[in-house]
Design a protein around this ligand. Structure first.
Ligand code: FES
Length: 584
């Protein structure tokens, strides 16, 4: 009779896969494995199951996160895929963040979620991981954490919500949320209509249905090669989304077997493709911050000057709100990312490897020919001739600032006006609707102290509302400037991410009411028309003390958070060694 195998010592001491991976330290490896198996068998597992490759599934389902409301169905499908491919699925919870349920702002918690993700990927035995994310900060947090953890990783997007209908008009979060709220502020609709439309803006679980940050990061994740082909666009409640989940689970097993670790996918070529796609989809400005943070985990730096140059040769092709007119479900029906990538092919790095083990170019070929549709425009007939985002510089933003030019009023792109300054969000809330506010449509609204350290967490308060008295007079857009972010679903001539921020003494801190400010998108300039000597005098007269905190996560955040150009990541989470800039 053959001697039964002793199951608590690795046959090969170098075998640290599956349940043998990352053993808890008790000083005796055999005992550690013996104990681990004893506990997991308490949940009814057999040795045969425990000998399979282990695929972790990061479960970000939460009652506070309706954008991830389909997480139970996705997990079931991922598990099915993992088991069909011969693996053992193990789902586990991590932090989940929803935009409207995170105070002071979701961005404040993104790095915490990335740390949670990274450490759980390191601490628990898994040969590959499926990351289930969707709402704005979740996908970047997961990609940041996985990039640092270094194991084979594949992103599963939760998918977009369906659109609703309000009094015969198609609506979806959140461009239409802002549009209806602006109508209410302008006195164009009554309070009772806000109640009606509130019931229709979010017609199902899933992420925002326009090209906001969630849709942007879904497309960026696919462009990075981190999702299954076609993984960006299926809406949350569709069979296509569930099928992608099953395929994702099966592919995770293959990645574990092939040792396809994340560093083989997140290469400079992949980031260049992601930047190209970000520009061509009219993506959220937040996408730049998140890409900078993910790249930083790989030792790479997003070259903003090069991004701007890429923007000049990359047209916006995707006709989605807020730059265009359609919604994510239309993009999916139009073929999703395959349709876009086919059109962008001459500008892409086709040899970038994806999670399938094939290159992006091979995946575009496998997707087959296109078909007539009106959501992705041909390069010869773009929505906007240049990329969505322009990078600005000048004495107001020595470290750079950005503007989403495709969502701005063309008449305001070359503009000079008088500064109307708000010191912080409280000051803004107090005075913006006052009839006594000294403001005209030609003025430039300036909001300070909403940068990474300022608020803290760089909230999406950069979309300053039009002062009520001007809104009622029919003013729809004004030049607005801040060191904060804005939702990708917003529309307007809005300069964001002014770096360095005002809370650490950047020039923005020293702007005063009545100063002249010049915006020239053509020249990529944002200038405060005040002399260097006067700015230096103001800095001396009113020195800025950077905010601090006594304890806890807030203390860690304020001590460690970087500026927008470095992704607002914590300095100690970035890769220790620089591998240079992207694109190369
Ligand atoms: Fe979750 Fe918009 S609030 S994607």
């Amino acid at each position: 009779m053959p001697t039964p195998k002793f199951p608590f010592e690795p046959d090969d001491p170098k075998d640290t896969s599956g349940m043998r991976k990352g053993l808890t330290s008790y000083g005796d490896q055999g005992f550690s494995l013996f104990l681990r198996k004893a506990f997991i068998k308490g949940a009814g597992f057999t040795d045969a199951a425990l000998d399979r490759p282990v695929v972790g599934i990061a479960n970000t389902g939460s009652a506070y996160n309706p954008c991830h409301g389909n997480a139970p169905q996705l997990i079931e499908a991922v598990k099915r895929g993992v088991m069909l491919a011969g693996g053992l699925p193990m789902d586990f919870p991590t932090i989940s963040i929803h935009e409207s349920f995170a105070a002071p702002t979701s961005m404040y918690l993104r790095n915490l979620m990335s740390m949670d993700t990274e450490e759980m990927l390191r601490a628990q035995p898994m040969d590959a991981v499926v990351l289930i994310g969707g709402c704005d900060k979740t996908v970047p947090a997961q990609l940041m954490g996985a990039a640092s953890a270094g194991i084979p990783s594949i992103q599963l997007i939760t998918g977009s919500m369906l659109t609703g209908s309000h009094r015969g008009e198609r609506v979806g979060a959140c461009t239409d949320c802002r549009r209806y709220w602006a109508k209410f502020r302008a006195g164009d609709i009554e309070a009772e209509e806000t109640v009606d439309v509130n019931n229709q803006l979010v017609a199902s679980v899933g992420t925002c249905s326009v090209m906001g940050t969630a849709s942007t990061m879904a497309c960026v994740a696919e462009a990075l090669g981190m999702t299954m082909p076609g993984g960006a666009s299926p809406p949350a409640v569709t069979a296509d989304r569930i099928r992608i989940a099953e395929q994702t689970g099966a592919q995770a097993v293959q990645m574990a077997r092939d040792g396809l670790s994340i560093d083989k996918v997140l290469t400079p070529a992949a980031f260049e493709n992601a930047m190209r796609v970000l520009l061509a989809i009219g993506g959220s400005t937040n996408g730049i911050v998140h890409l900078a943070a993910i790249a930083g985990r790989m030792g790479l730096e997003i070259d903003l000057a090069a991004l701007d140059l890429m923007g000049r040769e990359t047209p916006v092709l995707l006709d989605l709100k807020p730059s265009g007119q359609h919604y994510m479900e239309d993009f999916h029906k139009a073929g999703g990312m395959a349709t876009l990538l086919r059109e962008l092919k001459p500008l892409l790095k086709l040899d970038a490897l994806t999670v399938t083990g094939r290159t992006l170019g091979e995946e575009i070929e496998r997707a087959g020919p296109g078909f007539p549709q009106d959501v992705v425009r041909p390069a010869s007939r773009p929505i906007y001739p240049q990329g969505a985002i322009a990078v600005l510089r000048g004495n107001l933003a020595p470290g750079g600032a950005i503007i989403k030019q495709s969502a701005a009023d063309p008449k305001l792109m070359e503009h000079e006006g008088r500064a109307v300054v708000f010191e912080n969000v409280e000051d803004l809330a107090e005075r913006i609707d006052s009839d006594a506010l000294d403001v005209t449509p030609e003025d430039v609204l300036v909001l300070k102290n909403i940068g990474p350290k300022g608020a803290p967490g760089m909230p999406e308060a950069g979309y300053l509302p039009i002062p009520r008295k001007l809104a009622r007079a029919g003013v729809k857009d004004m030049v607005r400037i801040s060191d904060g972010r804005m939702s990708g679903t917003a529309f307007g001539t809005i300069v964001l991410h002014v770096t360095p921020e005002s809370a650490i003494g950047g020039p923005l801190a020293h702007v005063r009411n009545g100063d002249r400010i010049r915006l020239s998108v053509a020249n990529r300039e944002i200038a405060l028309l005040v002399s260097d000597e006067e700015l230096a005098r103001r800095a001396k007269e009113s020195p800025v003390a950077a905010p601090t905190a006594e304890r806890g996560y807030r203390k860690l955040f304020l001590q460690s958070v970087t500026q927008a150009d470095q992704g607002v990541d914590f300095d100690f989470l970035r890769a220790p060694h620089s591998l240079g800039k992207v694109p190369r």
